[in-house]
Design a protein around this ligand. Structure first.
Ligand SMILES: Cc1ncc(COP(=O)(O)O)c(C=O)c1O
Length: 386
């Protein structure tokens, strides 16, 4: 039996009803949304409306229309950063960021001469909220942070940081790639100005889906221009959301799947999803810590992380170990830098990268047994892999 442990990259399998919803859209609706007055087109409109409502319920967003669909969290972050930051602005971020944030900021540094303040995290990936406060200056126009590291799983102290941001009047943009669907998010309680999420990881929807929630006091410039179905005489993008940021035909089959996935999560409850995942995380961490020559990165406390674990095996390159585990035990886990070189610099693994376990809703205790057996045998045969 294959054991899929790469859910931090993308979740697999998908919940019951997701594939069916994609097929149902393709077979029975199939037409475009926002562009027709016939009844079938109105069903496509309804699908977008209902999906926004389901996401709004999940994240406690008061106005579902403030959620803009994107192709993934990368596009959502590009829209937020390029639509908000102006020449000369100062932005604060962390040393745990994914390239989806970092490369965007580096481009803006070159082209718009923004300045970037980076809060360094310690070797567990832990960040001190006070360090964020210290970096705020009169030009700081945004704080952008990942909610949880995709390398160490560490949850950033967003509640404390959002208070610091609110006190300083600086909007907070959260990259919820690793938390949406697996950790409770309440945009009003936190509060966050913008929440970027992807549909295919913890939300368990299809690839090619994601979105950005934009609070009503945040005015962004659109990332792309084009048709929206309405206001067609206007030469500029409409002012109203979500149309302002949704030029072009949306990924309706993907959104149909996303709706089914979010409804599944709402039925399960995020708290119970998290409990299940973190119980497997405890077991996985125990297994890793019991093995000689294995270094585990990230927090020891499950309250401080999500179901992601990075580790290394002394004397074995992560890619070789990952390949061996797949060939001999059918275990699929990630090796390398996971698109987050800054995070690896923080934990001291920039040269080697790590092996990464990304737990998901459909993993079981039996998967952990196979993981334990696979790693034990790998350690016995380590000399063959060196
Ligand atoms: C923290 C973080 N941000 C951004 C991304 C990019 O996600 P996507 O490829 O869905 O845009 C990922 C995916 O690995 C991630 O873990």
């Amino acid at each position: 039996m294959p054991v899929y442990l790469d859910n931090a990259a993308t979740s697999f399998p998908k919940p019951p009803g997701v594939c069916e919803a994609v097929c149902d859209f393709m077979q029975n609706i199939g037409c475009n949304a926002g562009r027709g007055a016939y009844r079938q087109a109105l069903r496509a409109d309804r699908l977008l409306y209902d999906t926004r409502r389901a996401l709004a319920r999940l994240f406690n967003i008061a106005a579902a229309g403030r959620i803009v669909f994107t192709a993934n969290v990368t596009e959502a972050l590009n829209l937020a950063l390029k639509g908000w930051l102006r020449p000369g602005d100062h932005v604060i971020t962390s040393s745990l960021e994914h390239n989806a944030v970092w490369r965007c900021l580096k481009r803006l540094e070159k082209e718009r001469h923004i300045s970037i303040g980076v809060v360094n995290c310690n070797q567990q990936g832990v960040l001190e909220p006070a360090a964020v406060r210290r970096l705020i200056n009169s030009r700081t126009r945004l704080i952008v942070l990942t909610h949880a590291s995709n390398v160490t799983g560490t949850l950033l102290p967003i509640a404390e940081i959002s208070e610091i941001a609110a006190a300083a009047g600086v909007p907070l943009l959260l990259d919820a790639a690793q938390t949406a669907g697996v950790y409770p998010i309440d945009v009003q309680a936190l509060p966050v100005a913008m929440l970027a999420f992807t549909g295919h990881k913890g939300l368990m929807g299809p690839q090619g889906t994601g979105g950005l929630y934009i609070r009503d006091d945040i005015e962004l410039l659109p990332l792309k221009e084009g048709g929206t179905g309405g206001h067609s005489r206007a030469e500029e993008m409409p002012a109203d959301l979500p149309d302002r940021f949704e030029a072009g035909t949306p990924n309706l089959p993907g959104i149909a799947g996303l709706k089914a996935a979010v409804e599944f999560l709402l039925r399960q409850g995020i708290v119970s999803v998290r409990q299940q995942e973190m119980s497997l995380w405890r077991r996985a961490r125990q297994i890793l810590c019991s093995l000689p020559g294995v270094t585990v990165y990230g927090p020891e406390d499950p309250e401080k992380c999500v179901g992601v674990l990075s580790f290394n095996i002394a004397g074995v390159a992560p890619e070789k170990a990952a390949h061996w585990l797949d060939m001999h035990y059918g275990i699929m886990l990630r090796s390398g830098l996971h698109c987050a070189p800054l995070a690896h610099r923080s934990i001291g693994t920039l040269e080697t990268g790590t092996l990464r376990i990304g737990l998901g809703f459909f993993n079981t205790e039996a998967d952990m047994d196979i993981l334990a057996d696979g790693l034990r045998e790998l350690l016995l045969r380590k000399h063959q892999l060196a």
